[in-house]
Design a protein around this ligand. Structure first.
Ligand code: GTS
Length: 208
């Protein structure tokens, strides 16, 4: 299998989940880190389908849009459910994760100082649905009895939210257990503890 290549800024950003999914599946990832100076020249932007990074290459296949990348890898690495119904539920959960991720990204890039307190106050309302699903589905995964790309995406977002508000996800027992168990998967643990991963800031503007 040809190695995967990710072209992105030197941040965790929208690619934390993808990196975690690949690591957990023992896959290598070549990373092309683009500096903001290189990006400002404009030619890389002009080469991107939607004028934005990340860009992901799997052999001849070139993908933009981080959630399309996650779905692609979910399909290839058995992390997209066991049947069509599970796949649709995984899509639904992943869209729920993305709704919260977009709120988080808006806070980070547009209203960090003014909006942080209100965001943290409102956060339990957005975590509650995931807590309910995980508490109901005794497997410890969002859907079915095996890990999916939506689990990696939720896990990555919860790690970031824990940095913003260290106590927030921990007040939900099922979410806490989900984070602890996912973080303890040996290959995930190795990635999280690796210098290459640890040195990447979460976001591009230094806020977290
Ligand atoms: N929906 C896209 C995805 O999920 O991949 C959004 C991609 C996006 O917003 N990329 C930002 C970008 O390229 C970087 S980041 O928000 O992921 O850190 N920004 C530079 C630009 O010129 O828009």
């Amino acid at each position: 299998m040809p190695p995967y290549t990710l072209t992105y800024f030197a941040i965790k950003g929208r690619c934390g989940a993808l990196r975690i999914l690949l690591a957990d599946n023992g896959q290598q990832l070549n990373e092309n880190m683009v500096t903001y100076e290189e990006w400002m020249k404009g030619d890389i932007k002009a080469s991107c389908v939607f004028g934005q990074l990340p860009k992901f290459q799997d052999g001849d296949l070139v993908l933009f849009q981080s959630t399309a990348m996650l779905r692609h890898l979910g399909r290839k690495h058995g992390a997209y459910g066991k049947n069509d119904s599970e796949a649709s539920l995984i899509d639904m959960m992943n869209d729920g994760v993305e709704d919260l991720r977009l709120k988080y990204i808006k806070l980070i890039y547009q209203e960090y100082e003014a909006g942080k307190e209100a965001f943290i106050k409102d956060l339990p309302n957005h975590l509650k649905p995931f807590e309910a699903i995980l508490a109901k589905n005794k497997s410890g995964f969002l859907v079915g009895d095996q890990i999916s790309f939506a689990d990696y995406n939720l896990f990555d977002l919860l790690l970031n939210l824990k940095v913003l508000c260290p106590t927030c996800p921990d007040t939900f027992p099922a979410l806490k257990s989900f984070v602890d168990k996912t973080a303890a998967r040996p290959k995930v643990k190795a990635l999280l503890e690796s210098d290459d991963f640890k040195k990447l800031p979460i976001n591009g503007n230094g806020k977290q």
